[in-house]
Design a protein around this ligand. Sequence first.
Ligand code: ZN
Length: 60
Amino acid sequence: MFWLKACPRCGGDLHDEQDFYGKYVACIQCGVVLSEEQEHALRTWGILEREPVSAMLKAA
Ligand SMILES: [Zn+2]
């Protein structure tokens, strides 16, 4: 799974990775690894991505 331009540090693209220790989300460009909280928020937001965006557009 990918989250384009979602990196909190450089605005790059985040993606799922998996290694010996388990799954995590990291940035392709700068290599930053998200904290558990950030990853949870991203996954929650990612699944609901289209809902908040359309809601924000309506509110604007
Ligand atoms: Zn980055």
